[in-house]
Design a protein around this ligand. Structure first.
Ligand code: G6P
Ligand code: ZN
Length: 544
């Protein structure tokens, strides 16, 4: 066995963001760049001797060479076993499930989520801990600290391994198990949802479903579960072949990037249900016939209807949403008499709440929904949850959402993204806005009165850790909110996100286009933050 210790020098830019280390492929292809970061992860683990590691990715460009490198480094660093997805494929939620099932020390997921892939696209490395969830800040901080001083890494000198078929073999002293990426995940889904009821719906001839995997990781999962186990006709899953560049697309399930699906669902002869998932399978978008379900509403509807789903019928311990996510779910929680937690953006903040059984369901406005079944958000899980509700209630998606609004009122909601803005200008905007906060409280702005204006800070109720500077919020006395944040996942310049929310109890006003309903608040946001001037943009890049 030929172990090599390679001298290296630190890179200064290996600080993990909202969701792991995300950089362009050419950045990751620099000599030692990937190796430094992986060794920093290994060095920050208490003891990897003999431990089990889970490894896989969303199939994007550089996935395979990165897996080969990581396997050889795991062998050199004394791991006992690596479970790696066949062809290098593991969706983020499936990786979470496999970590938990195998008592692994953690997992490395290779993905830049919804960012485009290919030789000039993005790549990413996420480290998940033994609970199956994204590493909390104290772990990512330790990895970053290590990356700043690293001066060597160790790697086994060996040929590449064959990832194309399920098999077990040795790499030095390391046991490598190439596993089916779908099996355990699919069994878990079967334990949560009423597959028989869903199968009856999908094979009834009365219900048409369309799933867009966007040439990303969920293709094999959706085919096996929806078409294989649940009897949906072949072809239900479109763009189902994972491609290294996602077919040139942007694998983000929203109204702009999932255009193939949107066109079908907003056509005259549209199917009853449409769904899409992102690069690594953790996000979801849900559509009805000519109807878009806002992700914040989706979380509220799932919570309100959890009793229809076997895995949740015994009741929910609580729910959680990220701060910028609309407060629709808060109203459901109140009615159910359960706690609703408000966390910073980033799935990692839900981990402690799920582990401590304070929350059962969680969700974010950024098309992420999930539960305590794993420790990641889960695209297909959300889609199956919806299908289970549709099968149980025998109503359309639109009917279910409209009835929900009637019962709880409607939280109008929208997010405006300004992508690839100059970093300095974006920071200046935030400073300019925050400088006004001390005078804003109690002030009238238009017809609204400011109740509070602050920089969101979160104290984790389980471990007491504090996360500051999580977004600037302006809350009004009627419950409306305007929130500004700089994204932690972009790779070019800065992405400014503006989140706007208002509440309308009157059902006769629920039909208004959210952009119209929110127009006065959008104007106030412009007035306070001078978005056009600071960003030098006339309008947002993406509106959801
Ligand atoms: C990823 C994270 C989410 C987060 C989203 C947007 O999907 O897993 O937790 O909500 O990115 O994050 P950003 O910092 O770009 O707003
Ligand atoms: Zn993702």
């Amino acid at each position: 066995m030929n172990l090599r210790t390679i001298s290296t020098q630190p890179f200064t830019d290996q600080k993990p963001g909202t969701s792991g280390l995300r950089k362009s492929v050419p950045t990751f292809q620099q000599p030692h760049y990937l190796e430094n970061f992986i060794q920093s992860i290994f060095d920050s683990l208490e003891n990897c001797e003999g431990a089990t590691l889970v490894l896989g990715g969303d199939g994007r460009y550089f996935n395979r060479p990165a897996i080969q490198t990581i396997l050889k480094m795991a062998a050199a660093n004394g791991f006992g076993r690596v479970l790696v997805g066949q062809e290098g494929i593991l969706s983020t939620p499936a990786a979470s499930c496999i970590i938990r099932e195998n008592q692994a020390i953690g997992g490395i997921i290779l993905s830049a989520s919804h960012n485009p892939g290919g030789p000039e696209g993005d790549f990413g490395v996420k480290f998940n801990t033994s609970n199956g969830g994204p590493a909390p800040e104290k772990v990512t901080e330790a990895i970053y600290e290590r990356s700043k001083t690293i001066d060597r890494y160790t790697i086994l000198e060996a040929g590449d391994v064959n990832l194309d078929r399920a098999a077990s073999f040795k790499l030095g002293t390391l046991s490598v198990e190439v596993i089916d990426p779908v099996d355990s995940y699919s069994t878990l889904m079967e334990s949560l949802f009423d597959f028989e009821k869903i199968r009856n719906l999908l094979t009834s001839g009365k219900f048409r479903l369309c799933m867009d995997s966007m040439h990303a990781v969920t293709g094999p999962y959706a085919r096996k579960i929806l078409e294989g186990k649940l009897g949906a006709p072949e072809g239900t899953v479109m763009n189902g072949e994972p491609l290294e560049d996602f077919g040139g697309g942007h694998p983000d399930p929203n109204l702009v990037y999932a255009h193939d699906l949107v066109e079908i669902l907003f056509s005259k002869d549209a199917p009853d249900f449409g769904a899409a998932s992102d690069g690594d399978g953790d996000r979801n978008m849900v559509l009805g016939n000519n109807f878009f379900v806002n992700p914040s509403d989706s979380l509220a509807v799932l919570t309100a209807n959890a009793a229809f789903v076997p895995g949740y019928a015994q009741g929910l311990s609580g729910v959680a949403r990220s701060m910028p996510t609309s407060q629709a779910v808060d109203r459901v929680a109140k009615k159910l008499g359960i706690d609703c937690y408000e966390t910073p953006t980033g799935w990692k903040f839900f981990g402690n709440l799920l582990d401590a059984d304070k929350a059962t369901l969680c969700g974010e406005e950024s098309f992420g929904t999930g539960s305590n079944h794993v420790r990641e958000k889960d695209g297909l899980w959300a889609i199956l949850f919806w299908l289970n509700i549709l099968a149980a209630r025998d109503q359309s998606v639109e009917e279910i959402v409209r009835r929900h609004w009637q019962a709880y009122g409607r939280n109008f909601y929208s997010r405006h993204d300004y992508e690839a803005v100059d970093k300095q200008r974006a920071t200046d905007l935030m400073k300019h806005l925050q400088a006004q906060f001390s005078q804003l409280e109690g002030q009238k702005v238009g017809t609204y009165e400011v109740e509070y204006a602050d920089d969101f800070s979160y104290t984790d109720p389980v471990d007491g850790s504090v996360s500051e500077n999580q977004g600037l919020r302006i809350g009004f006395t009627d419950g409306s909110r305007i929130i500004f944040r700089l994204s932690g996942t972009g790779t070019q310049g800065a992405t400014l996100r503006l989140y706007i929310e208002s509440y309308e109890p009157d059902a006769s006003k629920h039909d208004v286009d959210p952009q119209v309903a929110l127009a006065p608040l959008i104007d106030i946001a412009e007035q306070l933050a001078q978005i056009r001037q600071f960003t030098e943009r006339d309008e947002p890049t993406v509106i959801t």
